[in-house]
Design a protein around this ligand. Structure first.
Ligand code: COA
Length: 707
């Protein structure tokens, strides 16, 4: 490349010269988002370059990424009316008398790709990840993306990208016509393309006709939108906008796109999905731990226990390329665990999700052993043995003797006191809880349980590692049930009480799946095993507050051996090996008899009441957990519930949903429920305080972040 000299530099766009070609570099860390100042500086740099008589312009991004698109923060804080909007920037590029080429690396997403599409040509290296992920935030590409992609990319791919938000690798983008050239030295490739365009003359993308086959591609993509997608509405609207490329002249289609975009931006679903985007990232911060906290190196992982959880956890790490040693007590149990793993990989290969060689590689990364000393070199050891304190203490005593110094010792307990486990060792600072959700290799939520003495570096290590293996970490304190399960207890209690008062399992499930939950509570417990919840209740009954109403309905199920789908019966009965669920008259008779025994006159309970009571119980307990420090942010609860409990992402999680309903109204209704004296409805003081001061959980998170 010709030697370059920096001529001008504004806060967010630097101009360098390579001979007579201007190189405009967007420098807006961390991901070069196109905030108002970048848009302003880009327009200014372009016009300065043209005035200075350059023969071509390259637009590039500083660092590893071209640009991750619009600054998502601006959608909530309000768009700056004094700054050029993306369409103004694109119009300036298309009006340029000299060719403008985008040099693409790393993230080329959303507005980043729209900017590139407005250029006269695009080159990329193989780090480029190219896409329009706006629908994932409940939006559509509102800066000409639906119009320009329709004029450049192979229509089937373009429509799929717009509707699904899928990202393409550089080679795919080349094949689809989005990128003109690939090259390892993206700047050299850009300069070559400029020379070619200067010779042949360039055409603004807006002046090209939409590619043929677009109408059919749009309908194919529309039919492929999953009904349960949290962003189905955005996907449909994005395709409507894309159809404007066929139906309307470019300027009108662009105006329609902007209108549709602004409509989606104001929608609750988009606000919810944007909230979750930032909440997920914030959840990776814990007091005393941030991006600068040093992490320990993790190269090898040990997992103790090859049951459902242990084998799932082994796969999580093998899938991310870590060598894993999987320990069981005897060869038969070990073989059972390894077979479970092989079956999962075989199914993935049969479904086309994995290639045979990928599956083989992952299997090869998991070594089964029956001797604990095989873990003496592991950097991280995760105990996933039977959920009983004595068993865990015995394992940790052994680990304390054999694990190397500096190894992180984790327990996958879902309820036991991690402090007790940590203090039983000579190295409590190295002990942490890692609560995976079942099936571990599928569910994204990972609760990281910080015990009193857990070292900040240990925490930083497991937070980073979680993201590396594709999990969403949420840091929680030690308490019964940690975060996700703790908030489920009062929810499940309301379900049982509503059954006593007049509802039936199928109605409860239907009301809550109708709200959007992936699974109703009765079905969920049948799948998880009624005995699991029974154990929790037995533990809690030991110091039960007599002012809290207790329903023994679920206990009656367990006494009858109805442990859920695994025994063919729970709240429902199951045919075809547990897969087919049916209402069971015997359960209805049992519920009716219990209502009669309690002297309760059964009444019709509306779906609205079911949803309110079930969810208010979660919200109220969430407020207790926020006050006692089990959880730091309301956003963490939302992340945990959307990623671990099947709460609909389009509603943003229970705390965001509560903010939308209004905390004043919720508090009033909880007070009314509490008026009968049932301590299940003791309002959380934090909820009362927020309601009284007119604040929301979102306000609380912002205040705590600023503190
Ligand atoms: N606007 C504002 N902030 C953004 C952003 C955007 N478009 N994209 C990323 N960020 C922020 C993140 O919030 C995070 O901030 P934090 O460090 O304060 O938590 C930081 O940039 C790094 O992002 P992160 O996602 O943690 O890094 P990553 O390397 O894992 O992923 C991306 C990088 C670009 C792939 C990912 O951030 C992404 O997908 N961004 C959204 C892209 C998008 O949807 N664009 C269309 C917008 S309409």
């Amino acid at each position: 490349m010709t030697s370059s000299a920096s001529v001008t530099s504004s806060a967010s766009v630097r101009t360098d010269m390579a001979g007579t070609i201007a190189i405009l570099t967007i420098a807006n860390p961390p991901v070069n988002s196109l905030s108002a100042n970048v848009r302003r500086d880009l327009v200014a740099a372009l016009s300065r370059s043209v005035i200075n008589g350059v023969t071509g312009v390259v637009i590039a991004g500083e660092g590893a990424n071209f640009s991750a698109g619009a600054d998502i923060q601006e959608f909530d804080s309000g768009l700056d009316p004094t700054a050029p909007d993306p369409n103004d920037v694109h119009a300036a590029i298309e009006a340029s008398p000299v060719p403008v080429v985008a040099a693409l690396r790393g993230a080329v997403l959303g507005g980043g790709l729209e900017l590139a599409l407005a250029c006269h040509g695009r080159v990329a290296d193989d780090t480029a990840r190219i896409g329009l992920p706006e629908v994932k935030l409940g939006l559509l590409p509102g800066g000409g993306g639906t119009q320009r992609l329709s004029r450049i990319a192979q229509p089937m791919i373009a429509a799929d990208m717009i509707a699904s938000g899928r990202t393409l690798a550089a080679a795919e983008a080349l094949a689809a016509g989005i990128v003109d050239r690939l090259g390892p030295d993206v700047m050299a490739a850009a300069l070559e393309l400029i020379a070619k365009l200067a010779a042949s003359g360039q055409t603004a993308t807006a002046k090209r006709p939409p590619l043929s086959g677009l109408a059919e591609a749009i309908e194919t993509a529309r039919a492929a939108i999953p009904a349960k997608s949290p962003h189905a509405e955005a996907s449909r609207t994005a395709l409507d906008s894309m159809a404007g490329a066929i139906q309307l002249p470019f300027p009108e289609a662009l105006a329609q796109e902007r209108r549709l975009f602004l409509g989606l931006m104001a929608s609750t679903a988009s606000r919810a999905l944007r909230h979750l985007f930032f909440a997920e990232r914030a959840a990776a911060n814990a007091p005393g731990v941030d991006k600068t906290t040093r992490a320990r190196a993790i190269e090898t992982v040990g997992v103790i226990g090859a049951g459902t959880m242990g084998s799932g956890i082994a796969m999580v790490f093998a899938n991310a390329g870590f060598p894993v040693t999987l320990i069981e007590r005897d060869p038969t149990a070990l073989e059972r665990g390894l077979k479970r793993i092989r079956d999962v990989y075989d199914r993935a290969v049969a479904k086309g999700d994995l290639s045979t060689s990928q599956a083989q590689q992952r299997l090869a990364d998991i070594t089964g052993r029956t001797d604990m000393p095989a873990l003496s070199h592991a950097d991280l050891i995760i105990e996933a043995a039977f959920e009983e304190m004595a068993v865990k203490l015995a394992i940790f005593a052994e680990l304390d003797k054999l694990a190397k110094q500096g190894a992180i010792l984790a327990t996958n307990t879902s309820a036991l006191d991690v402090n007790v486990i940590a203090r039983s060792t000579s190295r409590p600072a190295d002990v942490v809880g890692l609560h995976f959700f079942s099936p571990a290799h599928v569910m994204r939520l990972l609760e990281i349980v910080r015990a009193d003495e857990t070292d900040a570096q240990v925490l930083a290590t497991v937070i980073r590692l979680a993201r590396q293996v594709g999990k969403t970490p949420v840091v929680v304190g030690v308490c019964d049930g940690f975060l996700a399960n703790r908030l489920l207890y009062p929810y499940l209690r309301q379900v049982d009480l509503m059954l006593e008062e007049g509802a039936l399992p199928a109605q409860v499930d239907k009301a809550l799946t109708g709200f959007g939950l992936a699974m109703g509570p009765c079905t969920m417990l049948d799948m998880a095993g009624q005995d699991v919840a029974w154990h929790v209740r037995q533990r809690q009954l030991k110091d039960w507050n007599p002012a809290m109403r207790y329903s023994r309905l679920a206990d009656l199920l367990v006494e009858q051996g109805r442990l859920g789908s695994k025994t063919g019966a729970g709240w429902y009965r199951y045919a075809a090996g547990g897969r087919q669920k049916e209402d069971d008259p015997a359960v209805e008779a049992m519920i009716l008899a219990e209502s009669a025994r309690l002297g309760l006159a059964r009444r019709a309970i509306s779906d609205e009441e079911i949803v309110k009571r079930a969810l208010y119980a979660i919200v109220n307990e969430g407020a207790f957990a926020l006050a006692d420090g089990t959880v730091q942010r309301a956003g963490d609860i939302d992340v945990a519930y959307t990623q671990g409990v099947g709460f609909p992402a389009a509603r943003g999680g229970p705390m965001f949903w509560a903010d939308m309903v209004g905390l004043k109204a919720i508090h009033q209704e909880i007070l009314a429920l509490h008026a009968g004296g049932d301590a299940n409805w003791t309002p959380a003081p934090l909820l009362a305080a927020l309601a009284e001061s007119g604040r929301s959980f979102g306000d609380l998170d912002r205040e705590r972040q600023g503190a």
